[in-house]
Design a protein around this ligand. Structure first.
Ligand code: FES
Ligand code: CO
Length: 351
């Protein structure tokens, strides 16, 4: 693969975005007090996630002393993370506040671990590794905004041996439905997808698609066939707002892929619907079925996207997405103003 040209040689622009690292449920399951710590990886950076003084924190998962992982330590009642090896205690800022072996010595300046911006939203913990420009937002999610929704399901995250870029493209790729999901999401008779207008608005890639209504006759009842309205916050979020053909009600499939490395991702999903009595397992099981169809194919792709790949006009969504990723990566290398302009300059094709 060495002769190939990657779409974005410099991935450091991704550090300026908010990425999901864990659900609140996962952190709460990790210890009886519900404060963690747990270990996660984001863009090859090992992180310790915990709740200190009621606030979520994310720090590099490495004690300054002998580099043991803080994520296998404890959150103490004094709201510090204690290293499992020699008991150094770290506060929310990442500074070491106690070295039990010599408690009255001055604490060395270098006795800290970097702390990153960390926020909770949608029952998910988000981290931004580089906040020096502070110009990006946590991705849009409609689940709690639309009062029609009666139930919001925060799914358990799942890992794929695929890049977040490939995962995003897979989710929004219209021409794979007929091949990977025949009889689940699509009728193979509709293998020529429409080419739709694509807009950039406020850092989101937006588009709209109406799959054939006739497919209602052949697809299972759980298949979310309807008009598909996408508001996808860059770089890895998808907010797929569906108006179901079968009953004209809204249904939301939201997913955000978190880049653990260039070849692996951790995926977060929220489903929102309007039904009173629908057990969570029903829409979740249907999504699992769809994911089980996608995963073995997507994991055969290389992690990085290459410029050498052959694109068709019907790949418009991914073509536009790739173009924007490339612009963001190039702009970030030039600095803050260029990055902001690349992210927030609207480009509108639709009327
Ligand atoms: Fe953490 Fe020694 S390695 S206290
Ligand atoms: Co698919």
């Amino acid at each position: 693969m060495n002769a190939l040209t990657p779409l974005t040689a410099d991935q450091s622009y991704l550090r300026h975005f908010w990425h999901p690292v864990a659900t609140v449920n996962e952190l709460e399951a990790a210890d009886p007090a519900g404060n963690g710590p747990i270990g996660r990886t984001l863009l090859d950076e090992p992180l310790v996630i915990a709740k200190l003084n009621g606030k979520y924190v994310a720090m590099r998962d490495r004690c300054a002393h002998r580099y043991a992982k803080l994520s296998v330590g404890k959150v103490l009642e004094n709201n510090r993370i204690q290293c499992p090896y020699h008991g150094w205690e770290y506060g929310a800022s990442g500074r070491c506040e106690l070295m039990p072996a010599c408690p009255s010595d001055a604490i060395p300046k270098k006795a800290f671990t970097p702390a990153y911006a960390c926020e909770e939203r949608y029952g998910i913990i988000w981290v931004r590794l580089d906040s020096s420009w502070d110009c990006t937002n946590i991705p849009y999610c409609e689940a709690w905004e639309n009062p029609e929704f009666k139930r919001q399901i925060i799914a358990e995250p799942y890992n794929w041996d695929s890049s977040a870029e490939r995962r995003w493209e897979n989710f929004t790729d219209f021409s794979h439905f007929a091949y990977v999901h025949p009889g689940t999401l699509y009728d193979p008779a509709y293998s020529e997808p429409a080419i739709v207008p694509v807009d950039r608005v406020g850092g989101e890639l937006r588009f709209f698609m109406e799959p054939g209504r006739d497919m209602l006759d052949t697809l299972p009842d759980d298949s979310p066939l309807g008009s598909w309205n996408y508001r996808n916050s860059m770089p890895f979020s998808v907010n797929l707002s569906i108006r179901l053909y079968k009953n004209d009600k809204p249904f939301l499939l939201w997913t955000t892929s978190s880049p653990t490395s260039q070849n692996s991702c951790r995926n977060f999903m929220i489903i929102a619907h309007t039904e009173d009595d629908l057990p969570d397992s029903q829409p979740l099981d249907f999504q699992k079925l769809v994911l089980a169809e996608d995963q073995p194919v997507i994991e055969t792709q290389p992690g990085p996207i290459y410029l050498d790949e052959v694109s068709l006009p019907t790949d418009k969504i991914s073509n536009q997405y790739r173009k924007w990723l490339r612009e963001l990566s190039t702009a970030a290398a030039k600095g803050e103003e260029a990055f902001k302009a690349a992210l927030f300059t609207d480009v509108t094709e639709s009327k």
